[in-house]
Write a protein that binds this ligand. Structure first.
Ligand code: ATP
Ligand code: MG
Length: 567
Protein backbone atom coordinates (compact mmCIF):
# COMPACT_ATOMS: atom_id res chain seq x y z
CA UNK A 1 0.00 0.00 0.00
CA UNK A 2 1.22 3.48 -0.75
CA UNK A 3 1.30 5.76 2.23
CA UNK A 4 1.10 9.33 1.05
CA UNK A 5 1.49 10.67 4.59
CA UNK A 6 -0.32 13.94 4.00
CA UNK A 7 0.77 15.25 7.40
CA UNK A 8 4.33 15.60 6.14
CA UNK A 9 5.52 18.55 4.13
CA UNK A 10 5.25 17.62 0.48
CA UNK A 11 8.44 17.38 -1.48
CA UNK A 12 8.99 16.75 -5.14
CA UNK A 13 11.14 13.66 -4.65
CA UNK A 14 8.47 12.01 -2.55
CA UNK A 15 5.96 12.85 -5.28
CA UNK A 16 8.15 11.22 -7.92
CA UNK A 17 8.40 8.08 -5.81
CA UNK A 18 4.66 8.01 -5.19
CA UNK A 19 4.04 8.24 -8.96
CA UNK A 20 6.59 5.50 -9.64
CA UNK A 21 4.92 3.24 -7.09
CA UNK A 22 1.50 3.89 -8.62
CA UNK A 23 2.88 2.88 -12.01
CA UNK A 24 4.45 -0.23 -10.51
CA UNK A 25 7.90 0.89 -11.61
CA UNK A 26 10.83 -1.16 -10.18
CA UNK A 27 8.28 -3.78 -9.02
CA UNK A 28 7.29 -1.40 -6.24
CA UNK A 29 10.77 -1.27 -4.77
CA UNK A 30 12.27 1.88 -3.28
CA UNK A 31 15.99 1.65 -2.80
CA UNK A 32 18.20 4.67 -2.16
CA UNK A 33 21.80 5.14 -1.10
CA UNK A 34 24.04 7.63 0.63
CA UNK A 35 27.33 7.73 -1.29
CA UNK A 36 29.96 9.80 0.54
CA UNK A 37 33.46 10.08 -0.75
CA UNK A 38 35.70 9.24 2.24
CA UNK A 39 37.85 12.34 1.85
CA UNK A 40 36.70 14.30 4.89
CA UNK A 41 34.24 14.32 7.76
CA UNK A 42 30.52 14.67 7.17
CA UNK A 43 28.98 18.08 7.68
CA UNK A 44 25.47 19.39 8.25
CA UNK A 45 24.92 19.50 4.46
CA UNK A 46 25.53 15.77 4.29
CA UNK A 47 23.06 15.38 7.15
CA UNK A 48 20.41 16.89 4.92
CA UNK A 49 21.20 14.35 2.21
CA UNK A 50 21.27 11.49 4.74
CA UNK A 51 17.90 12.46 6.19
CA UNK A 52 16.39 12.66 2.71
CA UNK A 53 17.65 9.33 1.37
CA UNK A 54 17.24 7.28 4.54
CA UNK A 55 13.98 9.08 5.34
CA UNK A 56 12.42 8.24 1.97
CA UNK A 57 13.49 4.61 2.25
CA UNK A 58 11.89 4.40 5.69
CA UNK A 59 8.73 6.10 4.57
CA UNK A 60 8.18 3.76 1.63
CA UNK A 61 9.32 0.57 3.33
CA UNK A 62 12.39 0.57 1.17
CA UNK A 63 16.09 0.20 1.75
CA UNK A 64 18.98 2.61 1.87
CA UNK A 65 22.61 1.60 1.40
CA UNK A 66 25.67 3.28 2.80
CA UNK A 67 28.21 3.27 0.03
CA UNK A 68 31.69 4.73 0.10
CA UNK A 69 32.40 6.28 -3.23
CA UNK A 70 36.09 5.55 -2.94
CA UNK A 71 37.19 5.81 -6.55
CA UNK A 72 39.90 8.40 -5.99
CA UNK A 73 42.88 6.90 -4.14
CA UNK A 74 44.63 10.18 -3.49
CA UNK A 75 42.63 11.87 -0.77
CA UNK A 76 40.83 8.98 0.77
CA UNK A 77 41.54 7.50 4.15
CA UNK A 78 40.25 4.95 6.62
CA UNK A 79 39.93 7.62 9.30
CA UNK A 80 37.24 9.23 7.17
CA UNK A 81 35.49 5.91 6.59
CA UNK A 82 35.30 5.33 10.35
CA UNK A 83 34.05 8.81 11.10
CA UNK A 84 31.35 8.59 8.41
CA UNK A 85 30.08 5.28 9.77
CA UNK A 86 29.95 6.75 13.25
CA UNK A 87 28.16 9.90 12.11
CA UNK A 88 25.46 8.21 10.04
CA UNK A 89 24.58 5.80 12.81
CA UNK A 90 24.69 8.60 15.38
CA UNK A 91 22.11 10.44 13.28
CA UNK A 92 19.92 7.42 13.83
CA UNK A 93 19.97 5.62 10.48
CA UNK A 94 20.63 1.97 9.80
CA UNK A 95 21.98 0.49 6.59
CA UNK A 96 21.76 -3.01 8.10
CA UNK A 97 24.12 -5.28 6.17
CA UNK A 98 24.37 -2.97 3.18
CA UNK A 99 27.67 -1.20 3.67
CA UNK A 100 29.38 -1.09 0.30
CA UNK A 101 32.51 0.28 -1.28
CA UNK A 102 32.66 1.42 -4.89
CA UNK A 103 36.17 -0.03 -4.97
CA UNK A 104 34.63 -3.49 -4.59
CA UNK A 105 33.17 -3.01 -8.06
CA UNK A 106 36.41 -2.08 -9.84
CA UNK A 107 36.62 -5.44 -11.61
CA UNK A 108 33.00 -5.28 -12.72
CA UNK A 109 33.46 -1.69 -13.91
CA UNK A 110 36.48 -2.79 -15.91
CA UNK A 111 34.37 -5.48 -17.55
CA UNK A 112 31.73 -2.90 -18.43
CA UNK A 113 34.41 -0.66 -19.94
CA UNK A 114 35.58 -3.56 -22.10
CA UNK A 115 31.99 -4.01 -23.27
CA UNK A 116 31.81 -0.35 -24.30
CA UNK A 117 35.08 -0.65 -26.19
CA UNK A 118 33.76 -3.72 -27.99
CA UNK A 119 30.68 -1.77 -29.00
CA UNK A 120 32.91 0.97 -30.43
CA UNK A 121 31.72 3.35 -27.71
CA UNK A 122 35.01 3.96 -25.94
CA UNK A 123 38.61 4.54 -26.97
CA UNK A 124 42.06 4.96 -25.51
CA UNK A 125 43.23 8.53 -25.99
CA UNK A 126 46.78 9.84 -25.75
CA UNK A 127 46.10 13.55 -25.53
CA UNK A 128 47.59 15.19 -22.46
CA UNK A 129 45.13 16.64 -19.99
CA UNK A 130 45.88 20.09 -21.33
CA UNK A 131 45.24 19.03 -24.92
CA UNK A 132 42.10 17.25 -23.87
CA UNK A 133 40.86 20.50 -22.39
CA UNK A 134 41.72 22.43 -25.57
CA UNK A 135 39.98 19.90 -27.78
CA UNK A 136 36.91 20.06 -25.63
CA UNK A 137 35.76 23.45 -26.91
CA UNK A 138 33.64 25.84 -24.87
CA UNK A 139 30.01 26.55 -24.17
CA UNK A 140 29.83 28.53 -27.40
CA UNK A 141 32.25 26.50 -29.53
CA UNK A 142 32.09 22.83 -30.40
CA UNK A 143 35.05 20.63 -29.54
CA UNK A 144 37.37 18.78 -31.92
CA UNK A 145 37.69 15.05 -32.30
CA UNK A 146 40.74 13.50 -30.72
CA UNK A 147 43.19 12.08 -33.29
CA UNK A 148 42.94 8.79 -31.36
CA UNK A 149 39.19 8.60 -31.62
CA UNK A 150 39.05 6.19 -34.51
CA UNK A 151 41.33 3.46 -33.32
CA UNK A 152 40.10 -0.06 -33.97
CA UNK A 153 38.35 -2.04 -31.29
CA UNK A 154 41.32 -4.45 -31.17
CA UNK A 155 43.79 -1.65 -30.66
CA UNK A 156 41.63 -0.14 -27.92
CA UNK A 157 41.23 -3.46 -26.14
CA UNK A 158 44.96 -4.05 -26.25
CA UNK A 159 45.85 -0.58 -25.02
CA UNK A 160 43.24 -0.61 -22.25
CA UNK A 161 44.53 -3.94 -20.99
CA UNK A 162 48.05 -2.58 -21.00
CA UNK A 163 46.88 0.55 -19.15
CA UNK A 164 45.56 -1.75 -16.45
CA UNK A 165 48.75 -3.81 -16.46
CA UNK A 166 50.76 -0.73 -15.54
CA UNK A 167 52.70 -0.34 -18.78
CA UNK A 168 52.11 3.40 -19.06
CA UNK A 169 52.97 6.34 -16.83
CA UNK A 170 50.45 8.53 -15.07
CA UNK A 171 48.57 10.90 -17.32
CA UNK A 172 49.83 9.39 -20.55
CA UNK A 173 46.56 7.78 -21.60
CA UNK A 174 42.89 7.80 -20.74
CA UNK A 175 39.90 5.75 -21.69
CA UNK A 176 37.20 8.00 -23.10
CA UNK A 177 33.59 7.52 -24.05
CA UNK A 178 32.91 8.09 -27.73
CA UNK A 179 29.87 10.32 -27.73
CA UNK A 180 29.86 13.67 -29.53
CA UNK A 181 32.52 16.40 -29.45
CA UNK A 182 29.94 18.95 -30.59
CA UNK A 183 27.36 18.10 -27.97
CA UNK A 184 25.85 21.21 -26.38
CA UNK A 185 26.43 19.66 -22.94
CA UNK A 186 30.18 19.69 -22.33
CA UNK A 187 29.93 16.64 -20.12
CA UNK A 188 28.97 14.66 -23.21
CA UNK A 189 32.07 15.59 -25.23
CA UNK A 190 33.88 12.28 -25.02
CA UNK A 191 34.29 12.33 -21.24
CA UNK A 192 37.18 10.54 -19.62
CA UNK A 193 36.19 7.23 -18.01
CA UNK A 194 39.56 6.06 -16.69
CA UNK A 195 42.82 7.76 -15.87
CA UNK A 196 46.16 6.22 -15.00
CA UNK A 197 47.27 6.80 -11.42
CA UNK A 198 49.98 4.72 -9.88
CA UNK A 199 48.67 5.29 -6.38
CA UNK A 200 47.85 2.97 -3.50
CA UNK A 201 44.20 2.77 -2.64
CA UNK A 202 43.06 2.51 0.99
CA UNK A 203 41.29 -0.77 0.24
CA UNK A 204 42.61 -2.23 -3.00
CA UNK A 205 46.25 -1.39 -2.31
CA UNK A 206 48.34 -1.55 -5.47
CA UNK A 207 46.00 -3.83 -7.38
CA UNK A 208 44.91 -1.03 -9.69
CA UNK A 209 46.73 1.76 -11.47
CA UNK A 210 43.74 2.90 -13.49
CA UNK A 211 40.90 4.53 -11.61
CA UNK A 212 37.37 5.25 -12.85
CA UNK A 213 36.03 8.82 -13.02
CA UNK A 214 32.98 9.77 -10.98
CA UNK A 215 30.55 10.03 -13.91
CA UNK A 216 31.47 6.65 -15.25
CA UNK A 217 31.54 4.94 -11.89
CA UNK A 218 28.54 6.36 -10.13
CA UNK A 219 25.74 5.04 -12.31
CA UNK A 220 27.39 1.62 -12.40
CA UNK A 221 27.55 1.55 -8.61
CA UNK A 222 23.88 2.47 -8.42
CA UNK A 223 22.96 -0.11 -11.04
CA UNK A 224 24.95 -2.92 -9.44
CA UNK A 225 23.20 -2.27 -6.11
CA UNK A 226 19.76 -2.06 -7.68
CA UNK A 227 19.23 1.51 -6.54
CA UNK A 228 15.87 2.77 -7.80
CA UNK A 229 16.20 6.47 -7.01
CA UNK A 230 19.69 7.91 -7.09
CA UNK A 231 19.26 11.13 -5.18
CA UNK A 232 22.01 13.73 -5.36
CA UNK A 233 22.60 17.46 -5.29
CA UNK A 234 21.89 19.86 -8.16
CA UNK A 235 25.46 20.24 -9.34
CA UNK A 236 24.98 16.81 -10.90
CA UNK A 237 22.00 17.86 -12.98
CA UNK A 238 24.21 18.55 -16.02
CA UNK A 239 25.77 15.15 -15.56
CA UNK A 240 22.49 13.29 -15.71
CA UNK A 241 22.56 12.84 -19.53
CA UNK A 242 25.91 11.14 -19.17
CA UNK A 243 24.71 9.04 -16.24
CA UNK A 244 21.85 7.89 -18.47
CA UNK A 245 24.03 7.41 -21.55
CA UNK A 246 26.41 4.96 -19.90
CA UNK A 247 23.57 2.86 -18.50
CA UNK A 248 21.76 2.82 -21.85
CA UNK A 249 24.84 1.73 -23.77
CA UNK A 250 25.42 -1.12 -21.38
CA UNK A 251 21.77 -2.05 -21.23
CA UNK A 252 21.86 -2.75 -17.50
CA UNK A 253 19.46 -1.84 -14.68
CA UNK A 254 18.85 1.88 -14.94
CA UNK A 255 18.25 3.86 -11.75
CA UNK A 256 16.72 7.31 -11.95
CA UNK A 257 18.89 10.23 -10.88
CA UNK A 258 17.03 13.00 -9.05
CA UNK A 259 18.69 16.21 -7.91
CA UNK A 260 17.85 18.45 -4.95
CA UNK A 261 19.32 21.72 -3.70
CA UNK A 262 22.39 21.66 -1.49
CA UNK A 263 22.11 23.02 1.99
CA UNK A 264 24.01 26.25 2.49
CA UNK A 265 24.22 27.77 5.96
CA UNK A 266 25.28 31.28 6.82
CA UNK A 267 28.16 32.06 9.21
CA UNK A 268 30.05 28.97 8.17
CA UNK A 269 31.76 27.23 5.27
CA UNK A 270 30.80 23.77 4.18
CA UNK A 271 33.13 22.44 1.55
CA UNK A 272 35.33 19.64 2.78
CA UNK A 273 38.35 21.32 1.20
CA UNK A 274 37.82 24.49 3.24
CA UNK A 275 37.10 22.55 6.40
CA UNK A 276 40.27 20.54 5.88
CA UNK A 277 42.20 23.77 5.53
CA UNK A 278 40.82 25.03 8.85
CA UNK A 279 41.92 21.78 10.48
CA UNK A 280 45.34 21.58 8.85
CA UNK A 281 46.25 25.19 9.52
CA UNK A 282 45.15 24.99 13.14
CA UNK A 283 42.29 27.47 13.04
CA UNK A 284 40.26 24.86 14.88
CA UNK A 285 41.33 22.00 17.13
CA UNK A 286 40.24 19.29 14.67
CA UNK A 287 37.37 18.03 12.54
CA UNK A 288 35.39 17.68 15.76
CA UNK A 289 36.05 21.18 17.02
CA UNK A 290 32.67 22.27 18.40
CA UNK A 291 32.66 25.30 16.09
CA UNK A 292 32.85 23.17 12.96
CA UNK A 293 29.70 22.45 10.93
CA UNK A 294 30.76 18.81 10.86
CA UNK A 295 28.53 16.25 12.50
CA UNK A 296 31.35 15.31 14.86
CA UNK A 297 31.77 18.99 15.75
CA UNK A 298 28.05 19.53 16.26
CA UNK A 299 27.85 16.36 18.35
CA UNK A 300 30.70 17.49 20.56
CA UNK A 301 29.10 20.91 20.81
CA UNK A 302 25.98 19.25 22.21
CA UNK A 303 23.64 19.04 19.23
CA UNK A 304 21.40 15.99 19.41
CA UNK A 305 20.59 13.74 16.45
CA UNK A 306 16.91 14.62 16.94
CA UNK A 307 17.66 18.32 16.62
CA UNK A 308 19.50 17.75 13.37
CA UNK A 309 16.80 15.53 11.94
CA UNK A 310 14.17 18.11 12.88
CA UNK A 311 16.23 20.79 11.25
CA UNK A 312 16.43 18.72 8.07
CA UNK A 313 12.64 18.38 8.14
CA UNK A 314 12.17 22.11 8.67
CA UNK A 315 14.35 23.14 5.75
CA UNK A 316 12.58 20.71 3.43
CA UNK A 317 13.59 19.50 0.00
CA UNK A 318 13.61 21.82 -2.98
CA UNK A 319 15.31 22.15 -6.32
CA UNK A 320 16.53 25.68 -5.95
CA UNK A 321 19.57 26.62 -3.87
CA UNK A 322 19.10 28.89 -0.92
CA UNK A 323 20.96 29.91 2.19
CA UNK A 324 19.51 28.77 5.46
CA UNK A 325 19.99 30.90 8.56
CA UNK A 326 22.10 29.06 11.13
CA UNK A 327 19.71 30.49 13.73
CA UNK A 328 17.26 27.84 12.52
CA UNK A 329 19.67 25.07 13.47
CA UNK A 330 20.23 26.72 16.83
CA UNK A 331 16.47 27.04 17.29
CA UNK A 332 16.08 23.37 16.56
CA UNK A 333 18.57 22.25 19.20
CA UNK A 334 17.10 24.66 21.73
CA UNK A 335 13.63 23.21 21.17
CA UNK A 336 14.91 19.70 21.64
CA UNK A 337 17.05 20.39 24.69
CA UNK A 338 14.32 22.42 26.30
CA UNK A 339 12.35 19.19 26.55
CA UNK A 340 15.11 16.86 27.59
CA UNK A 341 17.91 18.75 29.34
CA UNK A 342 17.74 18.86 33.15
CA UNK A 343 18.16 22.32 34.67
CA UNK A 344 21.06 22.97 36.97
CA UNK A 345 22.62 26.06 38.51
CA UNK A 346 26.14 26.94 37.44
CA UNK A 347 28.05 30.14 37.95
CA UNK A 348 30.43 30.92 35.13
CA UNK A 349 32.06 34.11 36.42
CA UNK A 350 31.77 33.81 40.18
CA UNK A 351 31.33 36.55 42.75
CA UNK A 352 31.45 35.49 46.39
CA UNK A 353 28.40 36.30 48.53
CA UNK A 354 28.51 35.98 52.31
CA UNK A 355 25.13 35.73 54.04
CA UNK A 356 26.10 37.39 57.28
CA UNK A 357 23.04 36.40 59.27
CA UNK A 358 23.23 32.72 58.23
CA UNK A 359 24.83 30.59 60.98
CA UNK A 360 28.50 29.72 60.36
CA UNK A 361 28.34 25.96 60.37
CA UNK A 362 24.84 25.48 59.10
CA UNK A 363 23.90 24.04 55.78
CA UNK A 364 20.66 22.77 54.35
CA UNK A 365 19.31 21.12 51.26
CA UNK A 366 16.70 22.84 49.18
CA UNK A 367 14.36 21.33 46.61
CA UNK A 368 14.90 22.26 42.99
CA UNK A 369 12.82 21.25 39.96
CA UNK A 370 14.77 19.34 37.33
CA UNK A 371 12.73 20.40 34.35
CA UNK A 372 9.68 22.65 34.50
CA UNK A 373 8.85 21.52 30.92
CA UNK A 374 8.73 17.91 32.03
CA UNK A 375 7.79 17.43 35.66
CA UNK A 376 8.33 13.68 35.35
CA UNK A 377 12.05 14.49 35.58
CA UNK A 378 11.42 15.14 39.28
CA UNK A 379 13.31 17.25 41.78
CA UNK A 380 16.73 17.27 43.35
CA UNK A 381 18.35 18.69 46.45
CA UNK A 382 20.79 21.58 46.23
CA UNK A 383 22.94 22.55 49.19
CA UNK A 384 22.75 26.06 50.62
CA UNK A 385 25.18 27.58 53.10
CA UNK A 386 26.56 30.85 54.39
CA UNK A 387 28.94 31.43 51.48
CA UNK A 388 27.69 31.30 47.94
CA UNK A 389 28.65 32.32 44.42
CA UNK A 390 26.55 34.35 42.06
CA UNK A 391 27.45 35.71 38.61
CA UNK A 392 29.56 38.86 38.59
CA UNK A 393 27.06 40.24 36.09
CA UNK A 394 24.24 39.84 38.56
CA UNK A 395 25.65 42.52 40.85
CA UNK A 396 26.28 46.21 40.14
CA UNK A 397 27.51 48.68 42.65
CA UNK A 398 26.32 51.55 40.47
CA UNK A 399 23.47 50.07 38.51
CA UNK A 400 22.40 51.57 35.20
CA UNK A 401 18.72 52.32 34.73
CA UNK A 402 16.53 49.24 34.35
CA UNK A 403 19.07 47.05 36.08
CA UNK A 404 16.90 44.95 38.34
CA UNK A 405 19.42 42.52 39.73
CA UNK A 406 21.41 42.80 42.95
CA UNK A 407 22.68 46.24 44.00
CA UNK A 408 23.53 47.71 47.40
CA UNK A 409 20.37 47.90 49.49
CA UNK A 410 18.21 45.94 47.04
CA UNK A 411 16.49 42.63 47.66
CA UNK A 412 16.42 39.79 45.09
CA UNK A 413 15.50 36.12 45.12
CA UNK A 414 17.97 33.27 45.03
CA UNK A 415 16.29 30.58 42.97
CA UNK A 416 14.73 27.81 45.12
CA UNK A 417 16.27 29.45 48.21
CA UNK A 418 15.66 32.79 49.91
CA UNK A 419 15.37 36.51 49.41
CA UNK A 420 18.67 38.22 50.07
CA UNK A 421 19.52 41.90 50.46
CA UNK A 422 22.94 43.40 49.81
CA UNK A 423 24.38 45.23 52.80
CA UNK A 424 28.09 45.67 52.05
CA UNK A 425 30.58 45.60 49.23
CA UNK A 426 34.05 44.41 50.22
CA UNK A 427 36.87 45.63 47.99
CA UNK A 428 40.53 45.00 47.60
CA UNK A 429 42.18 47.97 49.30
CA UNK A 430 44.81 48.53 46.66
CA UNK A 431 43.04 47.66 43.41
CA UNK A 432 39.52 48.66 44.38
CA UNK A 433 38.26 45.43 42.84
CA UNK A 434 35.16 43.90 44.42
CA UNK A 435 36.21 40.84 46.41
CA UNK A 436 32.92 39.79 47.86
CA UNK A 437 29.59 41.15 48.82
CA UNK A 438 27.76 40.79 52.06
CA UNK A 439 24.06 40.13 52.24
CA UNK A 440 21.42 39.22 54.75
CA UNK A 441 18.74 36.67 54.05
CA UNK A 442 15.15 36.45 55.21
CA UNK A 443 14.56 32.96 56.67
CA UNK A 444 10.81 33.42 56.18
CA UNK A 445 11.26 33.35 52.38
CA UNK A 446 12.50 29.76 52.20
CA UNK A 447 11.69 28.23 48.83
CA UNK A 448 11.67 31.67 47.23
CA UNK A 449 8.39 33.29 48.28
CA UNK A 450 7.68 35.91 50.88
CA UNK A 451 4.74 35.09 53.17
CA UNK A 452 3.87 38.80 53.31
CA UNK A 453 3.54 38.81 49.54
CA UNK A 454 6.33 41.29 48.85
CA UNK A 455 7.88 41.03 45.43
CA UNK A 456 11.38 41.21 44.04
CA UNK A 457 12.31 41.99 40.47
CA UNK A 458 15.04 39.44 39.91
CA UNK A 459 15.76 35.79 40.55
CA UNK A 460 19.41 34.79 40.49
CA UNK A 461 21.06 31.42 40.17
CA UNK A 462 23.78 30.56 42.67
CA UNK A 463 25.86 27.73 44.06
CA UNK A 464 27.05 27.03 47.58
CA UNK A 465 30.78 27.85 47.73
CA UNK A 466 31.79 24.94 49.95
CA UNK A 467 29.91 22.42 47.81
CA UNK A 468 30.61 23.79 44.34
CA UNK A 469 32.50 21.81 41.73
CA UNK A 470 35.22 23.55 39.80
CA UNK A 471 34.96 23.31 36.05
CA UNK A 472 36.19 24.74 32.81
CA UNK A 473 33.45 25.98 30.52
CA UNK A 474 34.07 26.66 26.86
CA UNK A 475 31.82 29.29 25.44
CA UNK A 476 31.48 28.59 21.75
CA UNK A 477 30.10 31.00 19.25
CA UNK A 478 29.84 31.13 15.46
CA UNK A 479 33.11 30.49 13.69
CA UNK A 480 32.71 33.38 11.26
CA UNK A 481 31.77 36.97 11.93
CA UNK A 482 30.02 37.52 8.63
CA UNK A 483 27.06 35.66 7.13
CA UNK A 484 28.88 34.77 3.94
CA UNK A 485 32.62 34.30 4.50
CA UNK A 486 33.08 33.17 0.89
CA UNK A 487 31.03 35.80 -0.82
CA UNK A 488 33.16 38.86 -0.13
CA UNK A 489 34.04 41.17 -2.98
CA UNK A 490 37.31 42.55 -1.64
CA UNK A 491 39.08 39.31 -2.51
CA UNK A 492 39.84 38.65 1.13
CA UNK A 493 40.43 35.01 2.01
CA UNK A 494 37.54 33.41 3.93
CA UNK A 495 39.80 32.86 6.92
CA UNK A 496 40.05 36.62 7.38
CA UNK A 497 36.46 36.50 8.66
CA UNK A 498 37.00 34.03 11.47
CA UNK A 499 35.27 35.30 14.59
CA UNK A 500 38.08 36.07 17.09
CA UNK A 501 35.58 35.50 19.89
CA UNK A 502 34.30 32.16 18.69
CA UNK A 503 35.83 30.50 21.74
CA UNK A 504 36.08 31.93 25.23
CA UNK A 505 37.46 29.58 27.87
CA UNK A 506 36.23 30.17 31.40
CA UNK A 507 38.43 28.33 33.85
CA UNK A 508 36.98 29.30 37.19
CA UNK A 509 33.39 28.14 36.92
CA UNK A 510 31.44 26.84 39.89
CA UNK A 511 28.89 24.11 39.32
CA UNK A 512 26.15 22.52 41.33
CA UNK A 513 27.65 19.46 43.10
CA UNK A 514 25.20 17.02 41.47
CA UNK A 515 27.10 17.42 38.21
CA UNK A 516 30.03 15.47 39.61
CA UNK A 517 29.03 12.23 37.94
CA UNK A 518 27.47 13.63 34.79
CA UNK A 519 27.96 11.31 31.83
CA UNK A 520 30.24 12.20 29.00
CA UNK A 521 28.21 14.18 26.49
CA UNK A 522 25.28 14.71 28.90
CA UNK A 523 23.16 17.81 28.25
CA UNK A 524 22.08 20.40 30.80
CA UNK A 525 20.43 23.72 30.86
CA UNK A 526 22.49 26.01 33.06
CA UNK A 527 19.68 28.17 34.36
CA UNK A 528 19.56 31.60 32.74
CA UNK A 529 22.69 30.87 30.67
CA UNK A 530 22.01 28.33 27.99
CA UNK A 531 22.44 24.70 27.09
CA UNK A 532 25.72 22.99 27.90
CA UNK A 533 27.13 19.49 27.63
CA UNK A 534 29.98 17.53 29.16
CA UNK A 535 32.85 17.63 26.67
CA UNK A 536 33.34 14.12 25.33
CA UNK A 537 37.02 14.51 24.74
CA UNK A 538 38.55 16.55 27.54
CA UNK A 539 36.22 16.21 30.53
CA UNK A 540 37.51 13.84 33.23
CA UNK A 541 36.36 13.20 36.80
CA UNK A 542 37.99 15.92 38.87
CA UNK A 543 38.69 17.96 35.75
CA UNK A 544 35.30 18.80 34.35
CA UNK A 545 34.95 20.51 31.01
CA UNK A 546 31.62 21.71 29.65
CA UNK A 547 30.80 23.12 26.22
CA UNK A 548 28.17 25.71 25.58
CA UNK A 549 25.88 24.37 22.89
CA UNK A 550 23.70 27.48 22.50
CA UNK A 551 22.67 30.40 24.64
CA UNK A 552 19.06 30.35 25.83
CA UNK A 553 17.86 32.93 23.42
CA UNK A 554 19.10 33.97 20.06
CA UNK A 555 21.46 36.68 21.19
CA UNK A 556 22.61 37.21 17.59
CA UNK A 557 19.16 38.14 16.42
CA UNK A 558 19.02 40.71 19.18
CA UNK A 559 22.45 42.10 18.38
CA UNK A 560 21.69 42.31 14.68
CA UNK A 561 18.41 44.03 15.35
CA UNK A 562 20.06 46.52 17.68
CA UNK A 563 22.70 47.27 15.06
CA UNK A 564 20.08 47.79 12.38
CA UNK A 565 18.13 50.14 14.60
CA UNK A 566 21.26 52.15 15.24
CA UNK A 567 22.16 52.63 11.60
P1 ATP B 1 31.75 18.84 -0.29
O1 ATP B 1 31.31 19.65 -1.46
O2 ATP B 1 31.38 19.40 1.03
O3 ATP B 1 33.18 18.47 -0.35
P2 ATP B 1 30.80 16.49 -1.54
O4 ATP B 1 29.56 16.74 -2.31
O5 ATP B 1 32.05 16.38 -2.29
O6 ATP B 1 30.88 17.52 -0.36
P3 ATP B 1 30.31 13.74 -1.07
O7 ATP B 1 31.03 12.86 -0.14
O8 ATP B 1 30.51 13.53 -2.50
O9 ATP B 1 30.66 15.21 -0.66
O10 ATP B 1 28.77 13.78 -0.72
C1 ATP B 1 27.95 12.68 -0.42
C2 ATP B 1 26.54 13.08 -0.65
O11 ATP B 1 26.20 14.20 0.17
C3 ATP B 1 26.29 13.50 -2.07
O12 ATP B 1 25.11 12.88 -2.52
C4 ATP B 1 26.15 14.98 -2.01
O13 ATP B 1 25.32 15.42 -3.01
C5 ATP B 1 25.59 15.20 -0.60
N1 ATP B 1 25.95 16.52 -0.11
C6 ATP B 1 27.18 17.05 0.01
N2 ATP B 1 27.12 18.32 0.43
C7 ATP B 1 25.82 18.62 0.60
C8 ATP B 1 25.09 19.78 1.01
N3 ATP B 1 25.71 20.91 1.35
N4 ATP B 1 23.75 19.71 1.06
C9 ATP B 1 23.11 18.58 0.75
N5 ATP B 1 23.72 17.46 0.34
C10 ATP B 1 25.06 17.47 0.26
MG1 MG C 1 31.80 15.00 -4.05
Amino acid sequence: MINEKPERTPNFIRNIIIEDLKKGKNDGRVHTRFPPEPNGYLHIGHAKAICIVFGLAQEFNGLCNLRFDDTNPEKEEDEYVRSIIEDVSWLGFDWEDRLFYASDYFEQMYEYAVQLIKKGKAYVCELTSEETREYRGTLTQPGKNSPYRDRTVEENLDLFERMRAGEFPDGSRTLRAKIDMAHPNLNMRDPVMYRIMHASHHRTGDKWCIYPMYDWAHGLEDSIEGITHSICTVEFEDHRPLYDWFLEQLDIFHPQQIEFARLNLNYTVMSKRKLLELVQKGYVSGWDDPRMPTLSGLRRRGFTPESIRNFADMIGVAKRDSIVDVAMLEYSVREDLNKRAPRVMSVLKPLKVVITNYPENQEEELDAINNPEDLSQGTRKVPFSRELYIEQDDFREDPPKKYFRLTPGREVRLRYAYFIKCTDVIKDETTGEIKEIHCTYDPATKGGDAPDGRKVKATLHWVSAAHALDAEVRMYDRLFEVPDPLGNKSGEDFKAYINPNSLEVLKNCKLEPGLKDADSGAHFQFERLGYFCVDKVDSKPGNLVFNRTVPLRDSWAKIEKAMKNKS
